[in-house]
Design a protein around this ligand. Structure first.
Ligand code: ZN
Length: 455
């Protein structure tokens, strides 16, 4: 039986049901599962001295597009809002292939691990003609190499410009092709068991890139297969206008008419809902992945997180795609999200600790998991540790629960543990030679961008 001991921790913020914060405590993980938390001495195969560290539950990212890691910081799109930004980037993304997806997944997932994220959800929806196969396989391969828990999605686009949608023909597929491949990917990778490392979600991209038929049939298929549903919704006023013009109703009413509300559904962004719609989300337990940095970058608007939490809407945190963030650092979104809500809601805003819980227990709920998101006996051994011997933390340690929101932590975390396996140690990825990878990854990235310029 493999055991890992986090010994004599300065502080453990558990995010458990009692919101316990322990000091000078030990945490023992046996075969990937937390077996003990408390003051008693423990022995293990491997011990990490945590006497100068704060231990937190691993963060959970509920919205990302890892493939966009290779289209970050492109000068041409820096001053655009969503629709123009997508139109410019679709042309580049049409050149994606398995190799690019693999390298960009390693880049994004590696950065997530180094910023305390232990479970990532990815929304991949670009399957270019001629290079459709092996893309989700490449993502799981990258996640397995690094040791991160991955919920991948079989995303999709079926409504091209010629049929009134936004994306070009080269990146859309037929409904039959999408549904058949969705079932294949679920059968191949989805593991619903407790502590599973790989799960699959069905995730058509958005109301302006997917037909009503595909939305409706995908919901039926997901429920038949027992997997969750995800899409972008209420992200921008342009999207709202599009749905009103094409379907004569609001985005939420449209999705509801297609079977897309319920406790097995969560939307990315959820910015432009009115009060009645928020009440309906709470009533149906339909969730929202809040992505504050992306929402600011694309000038999409401010998600009503304070009201959502007051009403009981399930809310988690996400970084969104790397091209609209332009990073894969959930700690950064935790801090920025906290500040944005302060600006928007003043004394009604969620606290720093509330934001940590969005990124842990809140996100776990969106992914349909009750085995991650908190440090308690019987939960997965997923955690990260920050070293308090850091000049940026001097004078900040009175409230470790709130610290990641109120103060923020901009350095690399010291340790990240997933399923009891140490995957970041002393601030470095354990399973990847980072220096070599950085040298290797820049070449395909440059080829990818050059190819797009030539087309
Ligand atoms: Zn997105």
């Amino acid at each position: 039986m493999a055991t890992l001991l986090i010994k004599n921790a300065q502080t453990i913020v558990t995010c458990d049901q009692q919101d316990r914060v322990l000091t000078q405590a030990n945490l023992l993980i046996k075969d990937g599962v937390i077996a003990y938390i408390g003051p008693q001495a423990q022995v293990a195969d491997r011990t990490i001295d945590a006497s100068h560290h704060i231990v937190y539950p691993g963060l959970i990212n509920t919205h990302h597009h890892l493939y966009q890691t290779f289209t970050r910081n492109l000068p041409a799109v820096q001053n655009m809002e969503l629709f123009d930004w997508l139109n410019a980037l679709y042309k580049i993304w049409a050149n994606l292939d398995q190799r690019i997806v693999y390298y960009s997944a390693l880049t994004g997932l590696g950065e997530l691990l180094k910023s305390g994220c232990t479970t990532a959800f990815d929304h991949h929806y670009v399957f270019p003609k001629g290079a459709e196969s092996g893309l989700i396989e490449a993502q799981f391969q990258a996640a397995t190499k690094l040791g991160i828990r991955l919920h991948a999605s079989r995303g999709s686009m079926s409504l091209s410009q010629k049929d009134g949608g936004l994306p070009p023909d080269r990146v859309v597929q037929s409904v039959d092709t999408i549904l058949a491949d969705s079932e294949r990917i679920v059968t191949k990778f989805h593991d619903p068991s407790r502590f599973s490392m790989h799960q699959v979600v069905l995730a058509p991209c958005s109301p302006f890139s997917v037909t009503s038929e595909l939305m409706r049939e995908t919901a039926k298929l997901a429920r038949h297969l027992g997997v969750r549903l995800h899409t972008h919704l209420a992200e921008t006023k342009d999207e709202e206008q599009y749905v009103l013009e094409h379907f004569g109703m609001s985005p939420l009413a449209y999705m509801d008419s297609l079977g897309w509300t319920g406790a097995d559904v969560w939307y990315a962004h959820g910015i432009h809902f009115n009060h009645e719609e928020l009440k309906y989300l709470a009533q149906t337990q339909t969730g929202v992945a809040h992505c504050p940095i992306s929402n600011m970058k694309l000038a999409s608007g401010i998600c009503q997180v304070a009201e959502m939490l007051r009403l009981g809407v399930p809310v988690g945190l996400g970084v969104d795609g790397s091209a609209s963030n332009d990073a894969s650092n959930l700690l950064a979104d935790l801090r920025v999200g906290f500040l944005m809500q302060r600006l928007n809601s003043s004394n009604q805003a969620p606290t720093g600790y509330d934001f940590l819980k969005l990124a842990t227990t809140g996100s776990a709920k969106l992914l349909g998991r009750d085995d991650i998101g908190a440090l308690a006996v019987g939960m997965a051994g997923d955690l990260f540790m920050i070293d308090t011997r850091n000049i940026s933390l001097v004078g900040t340690l009175r409230d470790p629960k709130a610290l990641l929101g109120t103060v923020g932590f901009a350095s690399t975390v010291a340790y990240t543990v997933v399923n009891g396996q140490v995957v970041v140690a002393d601030g470095q990825l354990v399973n990847l030679d980072e220096a070599k990878f950085v040298a290797d990854a820049n070449q395909p990235q440059q080829q990818f961008i050059a190819l797009s310029a030539a087309n």
